[in-house]
Design a protein around this ligand. Structure first.
Ligand SMILES: Nc1nc2c(c(=O)[nH]1)N[C@@H](CN(C=O)c1ccc(C(=O)N[C@@H](CCC(=O)O)C(=O)O)cc1)CN2
Ligand SMILES: [Mg+2]
Length: 295
C-alpha cells in the first residue's frame, strides 16, 4: 500500500504558515497584502474555485477583492479592469480565473497583468524568469506539487522525473521546477512514442494530461512517487465522481507514495496562491522602499 500524500493536510500547513507571515507583514508595513480575483462568466467549476480562493484569502488575512464580469464582456472591458488593478496600490496580486470565455484572448490578458502582481506566474516575464532559475512568482499548481514531493524526499537531486503533459499552466513550469531541484526530467505528451516505457523508468511521475484514469499500473515503476494533477468529472455507477489522470485503484498498490483526487494537488494550488500573494506584496513593498531611498 502506498503512502497517501495528503494535500488537505499539507495545504493547511501552508495556509497557517502564510497567515502567520501575513500578520507579521501587517505589523511591519501597516497594510494587508491585497489579492484581486477576477471571474468572467459563470462556469460552475470556476465559480467553486474562485469562491474557495476568496474564502482562503480571508482566512489568511489578505485584503480579498473579487471582480465578476459577465460572460459577454469585451476584451477591452477586461483589459481596462486589469489596468486599474495594476495601478491600485492596495492590490498586490491579480488573478484572472481560467478558462476565459472563447471570444476573449487569454494570452493578451495574461500579458496585460503587471508581472510583479502576476500571482499565477503565467506572465511571459515570469515564465522566462523561471526558465532562467530566477523566478519568485511561479505557477501555483506546480509549486504545490514540489512542496508535496518535499514531504516525501529530503532531496530530489538525481531523481528521474517524468512529466506527462506540456501545458503552460502545469507541464512546462513543473518540468522547470523539477530541473531546478536537480531532477533528471523527461516530458512526455500525446505524440511521445512508447510513453508507457518512458514512464516506467521514473522515480517520480507527474500526470497532467486531463484524461481520466489514463495512467495505469503498467506505467509505474514499483516504489515510484505519483503526483496526480488531473481533476476529471466522470459518471460511474450512475453517480458523478471526480477522478484524476491516474487510475488510483491499480497504481496505488505499486507506488510508494501517491496523491489522491480529490484532496491532493487541488487544495495545494489554492494554498500556493496565498503564498504567492504574500511573496508579491513583499517584493512590491521592498521595491517601493528602494525607489524612495534612491530619491
Ligand atoms: N488563473 C488560474 N486559473 C486556473 C488555475 C490556476 O491555477 N489559475 N488552475 C485550475 C483551477 N484551479 C484553480 O484555479 C483549481 C482546481 C481545483 C482545485 C481543487 O481544490 N480541487 C479539489 C476538488 C474540487 C471539487 O470538488 O470540484 C481537489 O482536488 O480536492 C483548486 C483549484 C484551472 N484554472
Ligand atoms: Mg498536453
Amino acid at each position: 500500500m502506498a503512502f497517501l500524500i495528503d494535500g488537505k493536510q499539507i495545504s493547511q500547513q501552508v495556509i497557517e504558515d502564510t497567515a502567520a507571515e501575513v500578520a507579521e507583514f501587517q505589523i511591519t508595513y501597516g497594510i494587508k497584502p491585497g489579492l484581486a480575483v477576477v471571474l468572467v462568466g459563470e462556469d460552475p467549476a470556476s465559480q467553486v474555485y474562485v469562491r474557495n480562493k476568496v474564502k482562503r484569502a480571508e482566512e489568511v488575512g489578505l485584503n480579498s477583492i473579487e471582480h465578476r464580469l459577465a460572460a459577454t464582456c469585451s476584451q477591452q472591458a477586461l483589459n481596462k479592469l486589469v489596468d486599474e488593478l495594476n495601478t491600485d496600490p492596495m492590490v498586490h496580486g491579480i488573478l484572472v480565473q481560467l478558462p476565459l470565455p472563447a471570444h476573449l484572448n487569454e494570452a493578451e490578458i495574461i500579458s496585460a497583468i503587471s508581472p510583479e502582481k502576476d500571482v499565477d506566474g503565467f506572465h511571459p516575464l515570469n515564465v522566462g524568469a523561471l526558465a532562467c532559475g530566477e523566478a519568485s512568482l511561479v505557477p501555483c499548481t506546480p509549486l504545490g506539487c514540489i512542496i508535496m514531493l518535499k514531504t516525501v524526499y529530503e532531496d530530489l537531486s538525481g531523481k528521474n522525473a517524468v512529466v506527462i503533459g506540456r501545458s503552460n499552466i502545469v507541464g512546462k513550469p513543473m518540468a522547470a521546477l523539477l530541473l531546478q531541484e536537480n531532477c533528471t526530467v523527461t516530458m512526455v505528451h500525446s505524440r511521445t512514442k512508447n510513453i508507457e516505457a518512458v514512464c516506467s523508468q521514473a522515480d517520480i511521475v507527474v500526470a497532467a494530461i486531463g484524461r481520466p484514469e489514463f495512467v495505469s499500473a503498467g506505467w509505474i515503476k514499483p516504489g515510484a512517487t505519483v503526483i496526480d494533477v488531473g481533476i476529471n468529472a466522470i459518471e460511474r455507477d450512475g453517480r458523478r465522481r471526480l477522478v484524476g489522470d491516474v487510475d488510483f485503484t491499480s497504481v496505488e498498490p505499486i507506488a510508494a507514495a501517491i496523491t489522491p483526487v480529490p484532496g491532493g494537488v487541488g487544495p495545494m494550488t489554492i494554498a500556493c496562491l496565498m503564498k504567492n500573494t504574500l511573496t508579491a506584496a513583499r517584493s512590491q513593498v521592498l521595491a517601493r522602499e528602494l525607489e524612495r531611498e534612491a530619491g
